[in-house]
Design a protein around this ligand. Sequence first.
Ligand SMILES: *Cc1c(COP(=O)(O)O)cnc(C)c1O
Length: 358
Amino acid sequence: MLGSLGLVIPVRDDLRVLEGYHSPQVDVDVRLNTNESPLSPPDAFRDALAAELSRIEWHRYPDRAATELRRAIADWHGVDPSMVFAANGSNEVLQTILLTYAGAGRRVATFEPTYQMHAQIARVVGSEVVEGERNADFTLDPDELRRVVDEYDPHVTFLTSPNNPTGLVEPSERIGELLDVTNGLVVADEAYAQFADWSALELLDDDRPLVVTRTFSKTWSMAGVRLGYAIGPAWFVDELEKVVLPYHLDAVKQLAGRVALRFVDDMNERVRLIVDERERLSTTMRGMPIDVTPSGANFILFRPTSIGGRDLWQQLLDRSILVRDCSGWPRLADCLRVTVGTPDENDAFITALKEILT
Ligand SMILES: *Cc1c(COP(=O)(O)O)cnc(C)c1O
């Protein structure tokens, strides 16, 4: 124990207020708290990956430009590979964007409540975070959008669509309005876009400061791989490549991403199943004393109206069902977020809800 309490080296002054990102991992039967896919990847993916792994040149650095992976991602989206930047999860994509276009002395705008990591990473890279407010129903008022841009002239503005933790899809007009007024970069975080009915990818243009970020974590049954990417103008990708660490994307990850993209049909089928289950869950929950936020993602934000949110969370946990407790977060009093699981997991969740609320 010697020394463990004595020496404290102070961190940067501006980091002292940070609390870090917490998502408790509890041992339960039904885990519906972190928005992963409830299904593991197809067996054929595992077999194909295992076969290709044996051919990796382990003594060599990986392809620094991730050429084949970027080409595969670009082909899938119908864009040029020069428009694709890949990294270790979309969180590293976001960090690289902020290191490049924000950093110390610059401003980053978010519209709360939204994905906490946007503000967290922005602060870690030394930026000032300016927070706009959403309406009580979590939609975004165009006047508020304009107010934040006029007042703070942010260098980077985030819109998350579908938003996390609300599940709401941002209408394309909102992104258009933001592009009309801002002098900075607009980042559409689309970690869940495949569950929604439109994507900001259709707005991309070489003359527009718009980029879209995506991840393999939520749709591709590949949260364990840590792979995400941005699609944007080639000039944007070029700048990010200068900032990111050399060889940051290891050979195994590059391979896993490429092999996964051979299974687009399986992935689409999983997405359809989850969307169907999401609608079944939403409809059932609307028949209970619960406010349900409309979701275009693989999770649902909800607020019980007959008991407290924290109380409901605990009673679900007592039945070995874990959902995300957002009830103590700013602007989300009494709210919980449930990730859509397998049909059996969703049945268990509904059964427990009925027991507790009726
Ligand atoms: C989960 C999530 C991410 C992070 O995804 P990774 O690729 O696993 O780092 C990014 N944005 C949003 C909105 C998310 O919910």
